[in-house]
Design a protein around this ligand. Structure first.
Ligand SMILES: *Cc1c(COP(=O)(O)O)cnc(C)c1O
Length: 713
């Protein structure tokens, strides 16, 4: 049954497929698709949240009727639909031509969060965007994958600051009917309801789907009438602190998520866990085999041989550990179904360093997956140190862990105006072949002044968007005038502009540059060569020290001492991220070593020609080549904050500012543009999700596929 049936009744026949196009996030990485919606909307949408489903609902029938007769519109509509159809067909894809018939195999990808677009608030930060970019790239490459995750109708958190800079959570519930998702229905046309029976009070959930090009993402929604109020809330928000609620969420994701695939008849032969939150999916796969008569041992070997596990963080709090007493409450009737006793079951999740702490999801996933990876070369070393003791026997390298460095989805994060330059100078195949480094040698053919003018334009657009946000906040909330001063309205398009935006987790050290206020002030308020900073980011609602950091940055932003050269932008989301990574001159990254497993926001800036200044951690150890930005070597010792801040001031003063302001008579900073070009050239091919997904396929999925083929289904 067509899930869109009846959703857009007022669409004229000639353009009826606009409904299908609006409901497929394919538009989020195809500017020509977004452009036809903007045409309908009279191009008035520059600063509005872009959501074509909502737009189609709200547009007047007469506008749609007129479009259906407008030959200029129809030409573009037909061209976009033809491209859409060509890209939806997996038989022209890389996967089909190089690996296998995508019709014969299915990979199930589980993640607790997905960052796809700001109209779908199902993410908290980098992990989510990694998963979102992964799905988009699998669509582009034709990798036969389905995603499973949560629909968090209240998302992570909408951030508003009080007049004194304290982060307040705002609840805002997603309007499911007007989001680019649709209900999954059963064969009678009713919403599909799945019951997770292992709870004493069974939880029911409905299933939604988001279409991400060729890839379908299934989303769990517990907010339905059959559930009691506590359970209805279960999928409301991301990353709750309450351990019991968190355990239930992870049961829903792993076990409930597997049941979605079964209910829909999707037989997956490979399981990929994006972080440990979803590791119970392994159990459910084993249980199914045991139910059919296999021994636990054989079943777990088969499941292991076809499971991929990606670990994402060296931060201990990022690894869930559930007390055994809590596990008993939910698993006591499940364990016998695995034909295991309590002790042997819990052994699978014990961390020998802390055996009484409980069931450790990472230890469990590492033991039960044949293919494990970390997300950068450095992170592999760190992960080995963290988990080597699970494999106590020499030789040392028996631990089955590899690394696949993260990458970002180029069509999502590259600005369309920069792509237009590539179209002009790199030949017609640059996008299709963007992970091939040869193409990027041609970047030097782009005239410096053209790249610089494009960058200047993007910087202006970013500043205009921040000012427009501030104006709306002023208009709607009568916000405090001090707050307005802090929000970016005083930014100067001619000043060297540095961006810092990410979650305000303490290890990321958002307030590091305020270590030496006087020295900072000197840099910012230099008459001839001013520097300014734009900050954005949310703290986890229960992270008190993260909120203090926000307050510290906000107070600096509204303090006349820094001369209006610091801005804090509220409610960091995918949309602000886009403006910032396109529009700032320089990206700053200064986490405490070694806690940044990879980091991706710097990649997003670099591909747009905006170099980063970063501590040598995560991906920058592989990415930095001496020409494509700046690096310093944080030492990880006690007074490292002070030392690292001085390093940053030194590099900004001695290297960055002079290079940025050294311009020819026409105002072009050729030396700076050289660094911009190096950023693009070195980052696009090597740190794209294209390179990353191909690595997952070649290193892991191919081997897992062989094992799967050896197993009688
Ligand atoms: C890319 C991205 C992140 C991740 O940033 P890191 O610097 O890697 O932590 C977080 N939030 C948003 C909105 C992003 O786009």
């Amino acid at each position: 049954m067509d899930p869109l049936e009846g959703k857009f009744p007022h669409l004229p026949e000639r353009i009826i497929r606009l409904g299908e196009l609006a409901s497929n996030l394919w538009w989020s990485w195809h500017p020509e698709a977004r452009a036809i919606f903007h045409l309908l909307d009279g191009n008035g949408a520059e600063f509005k949240i872009f959501n074509p489903v909502k737009m189609l609902y709200e547009l007047d029938g007469s506008v749609l009727d007129a479009a259906a007769k407008d030959t200029r519109f129809l030409r573009r509509y037909d061209a976009v639909m033809a491209r859409f159809d060509a890209e939806m067909n997996a038989y022209g894809s890389w996967f089909y031509s190089r690996i296998a018939d995508p019709g014969k195999l299915q990979i199930a990808y589980f993640s607790a969060e997905y960052g796809l677009h700001h109209s779908l608030p199902f993410y908290a930060g980098g992990l989510g965007f990694l998963a979102g970019d992964f799905l988009k790239e699998c669509s582009d490459l034709g990798v036969p994958l389905v995603g499973v995750g949560f629909m968090y109708p209240e998302g992570y958190l909408h951030q508003k600051l009080s007049a004194d800079g304290w982060q307040m959570g705002e609840r805002e519930v997603l309007d499911r009917e007007q989001a680019p998702i649709c209900h999954v229905r059963d064969k009678d046309g009713q919403p599909l309801v799945i019951k997770v029976p292992i709870m004493e009070l069974p939880i029911n959930f409905e299933v939604w789907k988001a279409q991400v090009g060729r890839v379908t993402l299934y989303l769990i929604d517990t907010d339905i009438e059959e559930n009691d109020p506590w359970n209805r809330e279960m999928s409301a928000r991301l990353y709750t602190e309450d351990p019991e609620q968190r355990l239930v969420q992870e049961i829903l994701l792993g076990i409930g998520g597997t049941q979605i695939l079964n209910a829909l008849g999707i037989k997956h032969s490979i399981l990929h866990l994006n972080e440990g939150h979803s590791a119970f999916a392994i159990l459910e796969r084993i249980r199914e085999k045991v139910e059919k008569g296999m021994s636990f041992r054989d079943a777990s070997e088969q499941v292991k041989a076809t499971t991929v596990f990606t670990t994402h963080t060296p931060i201990p709090a990022g690894h869930d550990v559930f007390p055994f007493s809590l596990m008993d409450k939910y698993f006591s009737s499940y364990i016998p179904l695995l034909e295991l006793d309590r002790d042997s079951f819990y052994k699978l999740g014990v961390d020998p360093k802390d055996p009484t702490a409980g069931f450790n999801m990472t230890a469990f996933a590492l033991r039960m997956s044949a293919y494990c990876n970390s997300v950068s070369k450095k992170h592999e070393e760190v992960t080995r140190k963290m988990w080597q003791h699970l494999w106590p026997d020499p030789p040392e390298n028996k631990m089955p862990i590899d690394y696949i460095t993260n990458g970002v989805h180029i069509s999502t994060w590259l600005d369309a105006r920069i792509s237009a330059l590539f179209n002009k100078y790199l030949g017609p195949n640059w996008l299709a072949d963007h992970d091939n480094s040869f193409i990027w040698e041609l970047i030097d053919d782009i005239p410096d002044d053209e790249l610089w003018r494009t960058h200047r334009l993007l910087k202006m657009i970013m500043m205009a968007s921040l000012q427009e946000r501030a104006r709306l906040r002023w208009l709607e909330d009568h916000a405090d005038p001090n707050m307005m001063m802090a929000s970016g309205v005083m930014l100067n398009p001619n000043a060297l502009t540095i961006g810092f935006a990410r979650r305000f987790a303490t290890y990321k050290r958002a307030a590091l540059i305020f270590q030496d206020a006087e020295r900072l002030k000197g840099i910012l308020t230099n008459q001839k060569k001013p520097v300014q900073f734009i900050f954005a980011g949310k703290a986890h609602p229960s992270d008190y020290s993260g909120k203090l950091l926000i307050q510290q940055v906000f107070n600096a932003a509204r303090d006349p001492y820094f001369g209006g050269r610091i801005a804090f932008v509220e409610d960091y989301d995918e949309e602000i991220a886009q403006y910032l990574v396109h529009g700032v001159d320089l990206w700053l990254n200064n986490p405490l070593i070694p806690f940044e497993a990879s980091g991706t926001s710097g990649m997003k800036a670099e591909i747009n020609g905006n170099p980063q200044l970063s501590v040598l951690d995560g991906w920058w150890l592989e990415g930095f080549n001496g020409k494509n930005g700046w690096a310093f070597d944080g030492d990880g010792n006690d007074n490292t904050d002070c030392r690292d801040a001085q390093e940053i001031y030194n590099i900004i003063e001695k290297d960055i500012v002079p290079l940025y302001y050294e311009k020819d008579e026409a105002g072009i900073p050729h030396g700076w543009v050289r660094v911009m070009k190096e950023s693009i050239k070195s980052t696009v091919p090597a740190f794209s999700s294209r390179r990353m997904v191909k690595e997952y396929v070649l290193k892991f999925y191919q081997g897992a596929m062989k094992s799967a083929n050896g197993i009688k289904q």
